[in-house]
Design a protein around this ligand. Structure first.
Ligand code: ZN
Length: 185
């Protein structure tokens, strides 16, 4: 089932997600709906907050983003990321590499807004999958960026928080309009 995507201005986007203790039918249904909703919106990632649920759950699929490559390692071995998509990450934890990288980001909760955001280029991720099994991987490129963007959502952090102050100033009017419209809706 496709769910409505929450637009900037709704308090749930600022709410830290609760840890998921039981991966039950409800969580499985939510993850399936989030994947469907993300594909329908042509996104590469979606966090539970973006469908109105403050939970530590996010879905990611970078396999269609051919112009923006990703790299992925499982147990130190480089793998083809497309063979491991989609990712459903429950209670994810990330460790960041030292090198930083600038890259373009958008967000399904901020229609038509993109910005250049600096983030660590490499991440190490540990999470549970839908079966409750522990998954660990390292990532670079778009996958790394997507994981960081989504894990931020799970902690109530939005990409506008990571924009340069100049970018934020230039977007101020549009952000205000978005927030006003989402309150009316
Ligand atoms: Zn987002």
């Amino acid at each position: 089932m496709i769910r409505d995507i929450v637009i900037y201005g709704e308090p749930v986007l600022r709410t830290k997600g609760k840890q998921i203790e039981d991966i039950d039918d409800e969580v499985r249904a939510l993850a399936a709906d989030m994947l469907e909703t993300m594909y329908e919106a042509n996104g590469v990632g979606l966090a539970a907050q973006q469908v109105g649920q403050a939970l530590q759950l996010t879905v990611i699929d970078v396999s269609d983003a051919e112009s923006r490559p990703s790299r992925m390692w499982l147990a130190g071995e480089e793998v083809d990321p497309t063979e491991h998509m989609p990712l459903v990450l429950i209670n994810p934890e990330v460790q960041f590499g030292d090198e930083l990288e600038l890259g373009t980001e958008g967000c399904l909760s901020f229609p038509e807004i993109t910005a250049e955001i600096t983030r660590p280029s490499r991440v190490k991720v540990a999470a549970q999958d839908l079966k409750g099994e522990r998954i660990e991987f390292e990532a670079e490129g778009l996958l790394s960026r997507a994981v960081q963007h989504e894990v931020d959502h799970l902690n109530g952090i939005l990409f506008i928080d990571r924009m340069s102050s100049a970018a934020k100033v230039s977007l101020a009017g549009r952000l205000k309009r978005l927030a006003t419209e989402s309150k009316k809706a």
